[in-house]
Ligand binder design. Sequence first.
Ligand code: F6R
Length: 608
Amino acid sequence: MCGIVGYVGPRDCTDVLVSALTKLEYRGYDSAGIAVFENGRIEVAKTKGRLADLTQKMEKEGKPKGHAGIGHTRWATHGEPSDVNSHPHSGRRVTIVHNGIIENYKQLKQFLIENDRNEFLSDTDTEVVAQLLDFYYDGDPIRCIRKTLHELRGSFALGIIFADRPETVYAVRCESPLIVGQGQDEVFIASDVPAIIKYTKNYYLLEQGEIAILKDGSAEFRSLHGRPLKKELLFADWDEDSAEKGGYPHYMLKEIHEQPTAVKTTITPRIEDGLPNLSECGIIFGTLRNLKNIFIVACGTAMHAGMVGKYVIEKLARVSVTVDIASEFRYRDPLLTHDDLIIIISQSGETADSKAVLSLAKSRGAKTLAIVNVKGSSIAREADMVIYTHAGPEIAVASTKAYMVQLAVMYLFAFETALAKGKLEEKECRRLTAALLKMPDVIEKTINKVVDMCQYVSTKLITADSLLYIGRGLDYALSMEGSLKLKEISYIHSESYAAGELKHGTISLITEGMPVIAVATQNTLLEKTVSNIKEVKARGAMTIVICDEEADIDADAVDYMIRIPKINETLMPMVATVPMQLLAYYTSVNKGNDVDKPRNLAKSVTVE
Ligand code: F6R
């Protein structure tokens, strides 16, 4: 998704904007630009390509010099990536940067044309907003922004400057996230906290329809109705290092290595006297006891964490769990009642489809629980109950540590629900909780144990056109994530299949040398999975098996075996996910891909 930044303060504005934008690169982008007040005039520099291209262009053509301005990285939605479609966009007196989508831009463009405003240079919806602001501008920026907001439909955040208001930046948020950072005599706007963390850890979170005015190094706020607002100053408890690569070649590898700490920080405060306790998240034992149906709804990796959650909750708590993709669930008129619990899982807390499901569930009177990583995000604020995962900022587009802590929370939730429903003896619950507490050490041990083997096996995958992941039960749920991880960063087609389903069609795809990655960590299903491994091996597949140290698997059926520590079978997904992450990572590295910013993808999908 696009990234927005803005600055007003004593530093060189262009340097600040470019530096802040580099911290938003993880969101994915195809062009970049800035607009800065230089001696009272707005100077724009923008280009298709990376921030390095923008810097190069400014070195050649002149770098805007000033102390107030706005900047943008664009991920094309309306109009191809090009210099002219890059942000900022301008009307006669207004220049803006924009994140999100304006759904009714065509009607608005028509309205402007009918009113003698046919000055469009680009194909973007953003330029329509710039022209509309200009159309309504009568010298009062707040009145003009409010009037414009009234006309816009969609989800968006805007950074705005007016030619006759030098050294001042305006910002507004409608759905798409936007924060205002407050430093010593300087003030910032950004789509996400890592952009400003180098300069300040203090920030305000703009809410729906709120307007910020950045001037003379500080910020004022107005409501959608123009009333002055007092806002709470928040503190980002990350250091700059935790939003940087810290010596690793890629964020993804750094984040894989951060998993033990992330899990520890997430679970330790929620375990009391050897048992899970989620009461600080608003989760009451009585509510869990009376639960009839649980729906877990999310997108992508977060949905895959929900798949593992389903197996574990149903197994331990004996309550029915339906897992669904948010973009499907929201449009299928789901059957929800007051007795149902909807769990929304989201790293960013801003995913458009997941947000829509939350609103839908609330409107139907169901109880809502959010499992979210980003503090104060929309989903976290709107849900009845929230369990924050404490993974810290996740920068790589491919999610690793956020998935791992989502799994950890699924276990805590399953244990407590099972206890509340009387389906798990306290003694057994203590045993499982103790095993969960050991996971940070086990994950660390697993990373060290499998890293070399994964690096080696990945060299066997890079020439593949297509591959399969297979597994049964929890291993199947897990292989969905393994497959997504591999395809999104290596660009090799891959599918996950329930191992027992292969014979019903898919096995015809197996040809000589086709890689099949089998996850076989569930002892109760091991024999059956081994039969499936043999079936594909007999048809020429190159088999890679992820299993525990003690699993007894016929060596003839396996080309490459990745052995992981053996722990309680129910908790194996938290271990088995590690080699899958590393296989995906090294395959992408070996193919020379942009690991942290895979093509066509964005970190936070704030539009439908
Ligand atoms: C894949 C990945 C995505 C996200 C999905 C939901 O590695 O990260 O599939 O899981 O876009 O995002 P959140 O969790 O922010 O709602």
